[in-house]
Write a protein that binds this ligand. Structure first.
Ligand code: AMP
Ligand code: FE
Ligand code: FE
Ligand code: ZN
Length: 303
């Protein structure tokens, strides 16, 4: 019999793969999560569900529960907001359409940023395309990777600090729907909406407590308090706000692969909060570790 671990189950609900701006395939992210001793991992690529199947299959093989999710680009006024969605129906037409619109505009936006950068740096659109896995959501990290490949900068962090940050003359925004609309879309698709890193001021301006209260009134289910871009004081303040608003409070790593310092399981979510998310999600199901061998040949999709 396996002795119970002292730390209990370890749950990380925010991670990226090559389906967006992570550096590892969905299967490799899940394998890394298993290696890191996690029991549950949510795959939350930007504006896509492309990595779900591969991640769920890898989770079944590796004995780790995979929660299908996404990180949706949206805004409050002109402040960028990232909304995590868990367990929504990937076939929901309205949500699918909105995500496709954002992904398409992200390509156009990245092309325009490269045009601006090309005036001052030896960088082409082909350089960027070389860094993007087919069908992946394109983002500034891919431009950073192209600059690294060209020897223009040493790291993603350096590229963001030098030319990719929001106040840079090379920066171009992309389509973002209002966050309240995104919350409603996620709910209508059977998903559980959780606001990501609400106090990550390093990335740009952040929303107010009143903005978050308004999103809570629109149906926001949770808020991410523990995140590498939050200070200890910010984590505590978000936890307090979440409690006051009756929100689920999560913690996660926002892992993007070895290209960034964020380590899998660096921050984690309480089991009771995870269980509340699973209970609320109606659009899709978490993976079933070890289910592969038991499924009859030709068994249909999970839903
Ligand atoms: P975009 O989605 O194109 O607006 O780019 C934002 C993404 O870039 C975020 O989701 C992060 O994953 C990543 N990012 C932001 N700041 C940095 C940084 N300083 N170093 C590396 N990646 C970053
Ligand atoms: Fe990212
Ligand atoms: Fe984010
Ligand atoms: Zn993220």
């Amino acid at each position: 019999m396996v002795a119970p671990t002292l730390t209990g189950v370890r749950i990380d609900l925010h991670a990226h793969s090559t389906a967006s701006d992570g550096s590892q395939s969905p299967a490799a992210v899940v394998a890394a999560a298993a290696e890191a001793g996690l029991d549950v991992l949510a795959l939350t690529d930007h504006d896509t569900t492309e990595g779900w199947q591969e991640a769920l299959a890898a989770g079944e093989q590796r004995g780790i529960i995979v929660v299908p999710g996404a990180e949706i680009s949206c805004k409050v006024r002109d402040v960028s907001v990232h909304l995590l969605s868990y367990l929504h129906d990937p076939a929901d037409a309205a949500l699918r359409g909105e995500l496709a619109l954002t992904r398409e505009d992200r390509v156009d936006r990245a092309r325009r940023m490269v045009l601006r950068l090309a005036a001052d740096y030896p960088l082409t659109w082909d350089d960027v395309l070389e860094q993007v896995t087919g069908g992946a959501t394109v983002g500034r990290p891919h431009i950073a990777d192209a600059m690294i490949a060209r020897g223009l900068v040493g790291s993603r962090d350096e590229a963001f600090g030098a030319v990719l940050h929001r106040n840079s003359p090379y920066f171009v925004p992309h389509h973002e729907q209002p966050a309240g609309d995104a919350v409603r879309l996620v709910l209508a698709a059977g998903g559980v909406p959780v606001m990501a890193h609400p106090r990550a001021g390093r990335r740009g301006r952040v929303v107010t407590d009143d903005d978050i209260a308004a999103l809570a009134a629109a149906g926001l289910a949770g808020i991410e308090a523990d995140h590498p871009d939050h200070t200890a004081a910010e984590r505590e303040a978000v936890r307090d706000l979440g409690r006051r608003l009756g929100l689920l409070v999560t913690g996660s790593s926002d892992y993007h692969g070895p290209v960034r310092r964020n380590a899998l399981g660096e921050f984690t979510t309480d089991q009771a909060v995870y269980e509340a998310i699973v209970a609320a999600g109606r659009g899709s199901r978490v993976g079933r570790p070890g289910a592969t061998g038991r499924r009859s040949p030709g068994a249909g999709p999970r839903r």
